[in-house]
Design a protein around this ligand. Sequence first.
Ligand code: Z5A
Length: 225
Amino acid sequence: MSENILPSNEIRGKFISFEGGEGVGKSTQVKILADHLVGQGIDVVLTREPGGSVGAEEIRQLLLKGEAVKWDPMTEVLLFYAARVDHLKKIILPALERGQWVITDRYADSTFAYQGAGHGLGHEIIAQIHRITTQDFWPDMTILLDADPKHGLARAHQRESIIAENLREDRFEKMGEKYHKCLRDEFLNIAAKNPDRFFTVSANDTIQKIDSRIWKHVKIAFNLN
Ligand code: Z5A
């Protein structure tokens, strides 16, 4: 039987994830949403995947640097889940138990898109790993920033080009346009299947307009002023 990782106490904070392709503006919107929530007196923890805890940040280095074909797809999924369980146990769940809200830049929907669809492992095997390792733990809300991959990749390439080659976290950016088109389709497909959890916003707009749509939705969903 698998270990019980969920806290025995009631979870009091809210858990929000941002998802989408490369360079669509997730990190930008994560910070803006956090500022809005802090303005409402809410204690917010900002985090990211892969990473977020000390151990998971170490695994991030294995996952994001180097050649595109560095890992076999199953090895890669298991590394993402090793990082995720550490992140959940050490950062996300304790914060939610304390009543803090957690906003994460990516969570498990990325694994279903990148490894499930992109690398062709399929949905069911990842769903099984997710159930076993996290007891099917999902965010209260997921905000999907949707854009043609060409736009985001151009922004990401521009950012990476000024970083020394051995420090670049660009393994997934090297996977080509077809791979990134497949990711976009899968994120939209996951969102369509989970309408209660997902809010999809076009990322082809100004930072301010995207923020205003997200904030309006969050305020209504969580009864904020
Ligand atoms: N991955 C996976 O395969 N499986 C998994 O389970 C998980 C992850 C969890 C994480 O890399 C990689 O891991 C990711 C998937 C894979 N693939 N890659 N690469 P990451 O966290 O380093 O990279 P990322 O998630 O793709 O994020 P990013 O490239 O840092 O982009 P972003 O956070 O979406 O965008 P941003 O940093 O907010 O914005 C990028 C630039 O655009 C920046 O200069 C902004 O000022 C600008 N920007 C932002 N919004 C706008 C708008 N609206 N207009 C104009 N300019 C804008």
